[in-house]
Design a protein around this ligand. Sequence first.
Ligand code: G6P
Length: 605
Amino acid sequence: MCGIFGTTLHKGKAAPVIHQALERLEYRGYDSVGLATIHDNKLSIKKDQGSIKDVDSKLNFDELCGKIGVGHTRWATHGIPSFENAHPHMDCKKNVAIVHNGIIGNFIELKSELERKGHIFNSRTDTEVIPHLIEENMMDEDFIEAVRLAARKLEGSYSLAAISTHSPELLICVKKESPLVIGIGKNANFCASDVSAFLPLTKKALFLDEDELAVVKSDKIEVMNFRTGQDIQHDISEITWSTEDASKSGYKHFMIKEIHEQPLAISNALRIQNIYYDLIASKMHKAEQVYVIGCGTSYHACLAASYLFSKLAMLQAKPIVSSEFIEQYGHAINKKSVVLAVSQSGETADTLDALRFAKKMGASIFGITNVMGSSITRLSEVYIGQNSGPEIGVAATKTFTAQLSVLTMLAVILAEKKGSISNNELEIMKKMLLDVPKVMKKTLSTEVKIKKLVKRYKDKSSFCFLGRGINVTTALEARLKLLELSYIPSLAYPAGESKHGFIAVVEEGYPIIFIAPKDGTYDKILGNIMEMKARKASTIGIIQAGDEKLKQLLDDYIEIKDGSMNFLSPLIYIVPLQLFAYWMAVERKCDPDKPRNLAKSVTVE
Ligand code: G6P
């Protein structure tokens, strides 16, 4: 994720304004921070790894002079948190400073092209290609055109703010996919990742659309489409949110904001360079045993991955909760083993403990995490950063579906390597995976119906979730969400197992939620629904849109449009159930962002 901010003032110092705005954006990233201003035609930068408070107490941001500047609070994606990787980034001659939020998909190609032309890079970030590209363009063009041409060359998601000593009155902003909004003040204008950053300064905002570039002066703003060069006129919006509301983009809680951020989080997860997948897939391909380990929600991603590795790549991978790994498999680990650990925080004690043990036994260690520089990244031979941005809600939502997307891509690449599926199937799968954000956007619109469902079932004292195949994972994750957010003791089973015990507690009106896409498990789950109906349970289904048979049979249902996702179904079918858990918590007056007794990162065994 990351937070960016820029300002140009008619008079006064920009640095204190930027510094305070970054504090309001800190929820977007907090591993490094930096500011750049222009004064007397010279760029000055203060930046480092650490929280805003710590870095400021060392460097004193407010000392920087100048009426124009940019600032950044970082959540590392490319390159660990460090001084070199902290933003702003500059060109070789130190005439241009850039802050960026997003991922530059083609940065490797651009970097080698620029290095061949003699540009020197100081960081491991994807961002640093941008100031060098602008520098290159400025040999023939003015600052505005140089930024515009650079924006056209970039691929991926990027919102950025740029300043240059060549045009010291201009703040240039670009938006593609990542958020960016312009704040319109009196004799001062701003740009920021979200309105919370400038709310105490102005309530007037101009929301940029995709592919737009804004030239911001202290008294004037001009917007164009950076691809066509065409001028754009935007209406000015009056913001009615409080600062607190705004950091949640108007949502009441971080959790619901994060649920809605999932299409973007998945797009970002799918932008990871193939090289990392290749390295991990090659080792997994040759390993004698593969273990996929994690805790809580991350374990559910591991469980889903084991279905995917087997179904797509015909590879047996044992999923196991990290805390049981040593006891259950410790004696079987050796240098022919691969352990793939999944952990949002990269710091969960049980997972680290299992990894240290496996490493000592000679196993190859790989990781998938959301936190660059975390312990998992240091323990792993190769790791994949899932690029979800900070998740503030204690219950994992967007990081779960991003983990699943990464693991699905890994399974597809593994299948490619093993030749277990045809090229045609492979292309279809990759396309389906890339379409997930689009389908997920549609699925989020089930929220209206979910709220009604919650009202109807809010007083129930227990729920059971049943699924088959890969959607056993969905059932387990849905149960976990409901349990941790609403404190409703609930059950989840592979539907086939429900007859071996659970059925004894079913009585009239007991709510059972079935995850029932029309895949290979459909007929059997239909049978399970009949069994529970015969015991007068209340049956609720998450079903494929247009499934008339289930619509007749079930007491309640949520339809998933484009729901024929097959191996991708957990990614989509979990969404209404995350919403169900969230709205149930709200209805029952529980705080969804901070469930009692739980922690975001469990660093004790
Ligand atoms: C805690 C959190 C969960 C998370 C689990 C594993 O229990 O509350 O949301 O899934 O830890 O955390 P990790 O950071 O390893 O994914």
